[in-house]
Design a binder for this molecule. Sequence first.
Ligand code: 13P
Ligand code: ZN
Length: 270
Amino acid sequence: MKNILNAPFVEEMKKTCSNMYRLGWDERNGGNISYMLDEAEVAEYLDLGNVIRTIPTGFDATPLIGKIFIVTGTGKYFKNVEDDPENNLGIIRIAKDGTTTELLWGYRDGGKFTSEFPAHLMSHMARLEVDPKNRVVIHSHPTNILAMNYVHELDEKKFTHTLWEMCTECIVIFPEGIGILPWMLCGNNDIGYATAEKMHDFRVVVWGMHGVYGAGKDLDETFGLIETVEKAAQIFMLTAHLPRINTIRDDELRTLAEAFGVDYRKDFLD
Ligand code: 13P
Ligand code: ZN
């Protein structure tokens, strides 16, 4: 059996958490990540018959029965994942009843998966219906996306349109736009259902006055997606109080989307 601490997926989680922490997106225990793993790959590092303990989820994840995820722990700091992955991360499998998880590794101090697990697993289920390659869901509190929530209308069309205007690549990276939920109580099934509903149409969902969810096929792609939205929000915040004398016009956005062959939300242009 190989050493789990050298597994590429543990390394990737460590690097992603450290990068997000250093970007200032994940203060204290802010943010969480879930990453669906390949069973055969995990079996090189762990005895899949050895369940350390079971942890109930409080919702039905039947479509994910048998799937294995590496997930950040609740109350754990992204800052600390790199030095102590076994306490701050866990590898869990969705049990046969669909409502319990089997801990295969991690959460060594008796901890459990993120309090946002409902939104994560429900988002995985929603994204997998649209894109069978989806494996990652990331929740984060990026500074400028959050700042923009206080000074920009939380309207999906207007918010997306503003971000598309901020960097030439935006419409190419997130052509389907940004889904938005109003402020809601977090850490429960209701916000999970609401997030998953948006995830049918969007890979990025803003939680009003809280943060953002992103989904994608791997950690790099999902991180890069949030990074691009955050960069656009930063340009907006750096310029919002200044007279605007230039912009990317709608006909230019259309030209861009067509040149790159992306299926964009035409109704989000004026
Ligand atoms: P957890 O510590 O439970 O992952 O919660 C962090 C967070 O960002 C809540 O929205
Ligand atoms: Zn949060």
